[in-house]
Design a protein around this ligand. Sequence first.
Ligand code: BTN
Length: 288
Amino acid sequence: MEVTSKFSSYSKFAKVQFVKRIRNGGSLKEVKNMPDKIIKGEGLWNGRLLKFNTLESTNVWAVQHIDFCQNGDVIWAVRQTMGKGRLSRVWLSPDDKGLTLSVVVEFKNNRIIPAVNFAAALAVNKTLKMFSLKGSLKWPNDVLVRGRKIAGILSEAKPERNFVVVGIGLNVNMKKSDIESANFSFPATSMLIEIGRPLEMDILRKVLVSSLEKNIDSLFIHGTKVVIDSWEKYDWLSGSLIEIDTPAGVIKGTYNGMDEQGRLRLIDKNGCENLFWSGDVKKVVAVD
Ligand code: BTN
């Protein structure tokens, strides 16, 4: 039986957690929705890699199973079937052509959460650089290559456990036809399109995990300023006229970077600075 074979590959800790779950009224269905493999040492800070062959969403799984999670866990779905994007969008990664994972990070102060998100985008950017790609960053959490989206980040906090789940979706081996049929809301690309050859997902995942670990360590040691300063070097919106779509309507102005908390600064036509925690941003072309 599938559950038994999965179960035998688990660590003693994981087995104890399962038994506890069942004793506390957890169903077998719930147990079945458990990783296909748990590999120690392949998460952040020597933590665990929870590998699923197929999963609807690594973020949803992590949030729902937060009691099972530990600091540094990487939840990886080889195939993600119902990925969650920002602003209630769907994150599409056809077949197993995208790298889709979530990282569980423990925090002491929730003011750090936006910066964890930025640190993750910078880690994706660094990973791209290792494969000779020049990426740029679009506030709050998109990574672009040649102005096309190649990766997105979705962070969800679980304050009751002081955990933030940082979900990363990277377009890896999608062909042009995959991108076209996915009908993304923003022009998109993949590493295959940009480099011209398919990439080995395991290698890419390890490079990304190591880069995430470095960036999050640096954030916890040096604070948010370091992350925000690094962001500026790759900021795609720098100096642009932008439009930000917020629940209060669309606001137009000049992008003026981020403040120390990660809020977008927009200078409106009256020269006043407006700050935004979230919103959908577009560059606009000036018309006289
Ligand atoms: C966005 O750009 O809208 C954010 C996309 C985030 C997608 C990733 S894929 C892995 C993780 N699991 C999810 O369901 N979503 C995130």
